[in-house]
Write a protein that binds this ligand. Structure first.
Ligand code: SF4
Length: 747
């Protein structure tokens, strides 16, 4: 649907007045020097909110607000972004290029005093230094000795991957396999459906049963919450499946706290009940799936009694859950990426994704499953990223691929060639990468040339040779899809860059020219890249599979800012993925048995293999399952340095949540200083004893190292073991022990 932006309230030529009428919060342009710019929140969140930025006559942003006219944003922003201008204009912003002083070794710097270890340099000098260093390193060690490291610090199309990729491709740098967040679940859903599509967020209000499976909706996709509230007002039930009592779990009708890493077993147990009690939708299965017989045979092994033993549920609870799920209509599952950060996480996501295929839940508007909607969007990544430039590099071939979840290994053990230059942007690996002590040992290498393009002095910037100031989403233009709704949006630049901050597009274009790349694409401007980003129907065959992107133009986005994808080629048609097929798998059907996985030597059917690091593994010296959770009020490591966010998070900062039984066994009381440890590291925390974590499980939240007691965060304990599918990290398969720290005799 193309949103009728003007039909109800005003005419298109009076956008500011329209916004004023809708929100009652923004001042009309005609009465005040404030004008309103349409931006899009580019933080790594499914909601991709439409943001209205009020800017004064001096070019300073005065207010941000959610666009009341956007059907998903609905006029509000989450608590993380509601006071975003405090972040944009924070006195702690990085404002200038900086170079490490020769006398200062790489490593943690005291918060608030980092700049003392660096000296300010001009952009010219910074670009010259980087170009020179990269030229020396690539000529001595080969271009693959350069490793870019980036992820979703911005999810704007240009900021996430465009000129940066051109630069590293042309250089011949190692390619980065961006696995840190979602590849296990992404590959899983693709193995079943062939397309990353899901239940439309705007239809969840129709559901009569919503299962939030590993999804803290109230904390992390807050714009789905009004839909759930509406559904519940109409009688829907909310079930939360999560080992931890999240904010969402506290609000649920039924919170099922299964043991970590046992989601596969539970999904198979539900299938067992569905098949044995004849609750499946046989007509849908016959028409739209392959492999039901094989899956049914596999599920037969997973009796509720066996599943109960693994998950910590009772057998009757397994049966009750399966019956309720199979008989409620519509039934929607909101799955989130937490469940795939386990050793068996790919299989877990696969198994859960199969459930609506068995019950035919896709047929009901408001039913089905949502993990991600990102597969609906088609941007012209080949033109933006130019992978062909690798063949113009000194390599003359595709460069090697380095898995970002194995950064510690890459920096300390990789050879032929070793990594000699690390270029970090859109990420904070010193805080977020697993097996942190190895990562930091690698980053501290004096022979590693490190560039960090950042907005603040992160843990990673402490290890940089050169620090470069980066723009926020208010300071550059971009285009954005979403992984929690079906709108393409244009984000206009609202304000000039703060200080000397520069966008990724500017940085890598300048660097490409400085290093001597003659290709014209390094001179493309942001506006030219925006024009290239939308697919050209005449040249892009892949648009065949994305007809919903047909006809969306930059001019249309400039006028309307946000455009709903055109399902069935028509406006106002509700989107019901997989209700009548539409699978992108090799068979053209929902694949309950995956021949493609079998060809890779993997199990074509889901089966439960307990993680090696779990309560089901024998002989570990570390008996407690550790959940290194994301903080509710931060976005991974973003926002952790800001006082308002720290205040919102203060009840949890530096805490270890532990069940009274586990605390009692260790002589630990509320407020005691504790040490959490395993073979990989140890961290200091304060015990918070309560039953929101089950017995046998302990939890703590991600923070910056430099803001954590002892200078290490939860990733000092996590491993570089990879998921079964998708080669992602296994943060939630981590065993630890906890000990009370004896008070010092000196107080
Ligand atoms: S972080 Fe998410 S919910 Fe918050 S403003 Fe950005 S897109 Fe919206």
């Amino acid at each position: 649907m193309i949103r009728p932006k003007t039909a109800l309230f005003c005419t298109l030529h009076c956008v500011a007045a329209y916004n004023c009428a809708m929100s009652g919060r923004l001042t009309p342009q005609t009465e005040s020097p404030l004008h309103v710019v349409h931006a899009v929140c580019s933080h790594d969140c499914p909601d991709s909110c439409a943001v209205l930025v009020s800017v004064d006559a001096d070019g300073r942003a005065q207010k941000v607000a959610g666009d009341p006219d956007h059907p998903v944003t609905r006029g509000f922003l989450c608590g993380k972004v509601a006071r975003y201008l405090d972040r944009v204009y924070s006195p702690d912003r990085l404002l200038y290029p900086m170079r490490r002083r020769a006398s200062v070794a790489k490593g943690p710097l005291p918060a608030g005093h980092e700049a003392e270890s660096f000296e300010r340099i001009s952009w010219d000098e910074a670009l010259d230094t980087i170009a020179h260093q990269l030229a020396v390193i690539t000529s001595e060690h080969g271009p693959e000795s350069v490793l870019p490291y980036s992820y979703a610090g911005t999810i704007g199309v240009l900021g996430y991957g465009s000129m940066d990729r051109r630069f590293f491709h042309r250089l011949g740098a190692s390619q980065l396999d961006r696995t840190i967040c979602a590849t296990a679940g992404g590959d899983a859903i693709l193995s079943v459906y062939g397309r990353k599509l899901g239940t439309d967020t705007e239809q969840f209000h129709r559901a009569r049963l919503i299962i939030a499976w590993g999804a803290n909706i109230h904390g992390n996709s807050v714009h789905l919450w009004p839909q759930i509230e509406a559904a519940r007002r109409a009688g829907a039930r909310l079930i939360v499946i999560d080992p931890y009592q999240t904010r969402t779990a506290k609000l649920a009708d039924w919170h099922i706290a299964i043991h970590p890493g046992t989601d596969v077993a539970l999904a198979l147990g539900m299938m067992h009940v569905i098949f044995t009690e004849g609750l499946e939708d046989r007509a849908y299965i016959d028409q739209h799936t392959v492999g039901a017989k094989e899956l049914s045979d596999r599920a037969a092994e997973y009796t509720p009694e066996r599943v109960a033993a693994w998950t910590g549920m009772t057998a009757e609870e397994v049966r009750a859950l399966a019956r309720e799920y199979a008989t409620a209509k519509p039934a929607a599952i909101r799955l989130n990426y937490g469940i795939q950060r386990s050793e068996n996480g790919g299989t877990a996501a696969r198994a859960v994704c199969m459930l609506p295929l068995l019950t035919g839940a896709w047929k009901d508007l408001g039913g089905g499953l949502q993990l991600s909607t990102s597969g609906a969007f088609r941007f012209n990544t080949r033109t933006l990223e130019r992978p062909d430039l690798m063949y113009a590099s000194p390599l003359g071939r595709a460069a090697r691929i380095v898995n970002m979840s194995l950064l510690g290994h890459a920096l300390t053990e990789l050879s032929d060639p070793p990594v000699k230059a690390l270029f970090v942007y859109n990420s904070n690996p010193a805080a977020i990468a697993p097996n942190q002590n190895t990562v930091l040992r690698g980053m501290a290498r004096p022979d590693l040339f490190t560039v960090v393009h950042e907005q603040f002095w992160t843990d990673t910037a402490d290890y940089a040779d050169i620090v470069l100031p980066a723009t926020t989403f208010l300071e550059h233009a971009d285009l954005q899809g979403a992984y929690g709704h079906y709108y393409v949006q244009l984000s206009d630049q609202a304000i000039a860059p703060v200080g000397e901050a520069r966008s990724n597009v500017w940085l890598f274009g300048q660097l490409g020219q400085r290093i001597g790349f003659s290709e014209a694409c390094f001179r493309d401007t942001e506006q030219e890249l925006l024009a290239q980003a939308l697919p050209d129907p005449k040249q892009d065959e892949a648009l065949e599979t994305h007809p919903q992107m047909h006809g969306i133009t930059l001019d249309q986005l400039r006028a309307q800012h946000s455009v709903r994808l055109r399902w069935a080629g028509e406006p106002d048609v509700p989107f019901q993925p997989f209700a009548n097929g539409g699978f992108g798998t090799p068979s053209g059907k929902g694949e309950l048995f995956s021949a493609a996985l079998a060809a890779q030597g993997l199990d074509p059917l889901p089966s439960f293999k307990p993680p090696k690091e779990s309560r089901h593994s024998a002989g570990s010296a570390y008996p407690l399952e550790f959940l290194p959770r994301k903080a509710d009020n931060y976005m991974n490591s973003t926002f952790a340095n800001l006082a308002p966010h720290q205040k919102m998070e203060s009840a949890h900062t530096g805490r270890l949540e532990i069940h009274p039984d586990d605390a009692g066994r260790r002589g630990i009381q509320e407020g005691d200083a504790v040490e959490v440890f395993n073979d990989r590291g140890r961290i200091r925390l304060v015990a918070q004893v309560h039953t929101g974590v089950p017995a046998g499980v302990v939890a703590s939240r991600l923070n910056w190292n430099k803001l954590s007691p002892g200078g290490s965060n939860v990733n000092a304990l996590t491993s570089e073991r990879l998921t079964d599918i998708g080669r992602g990290p296994t943060f939630y398969s981590t065993l630890v022990e906890v000990a009370r720290v004896a008070p010092s005799p000196h107080g």
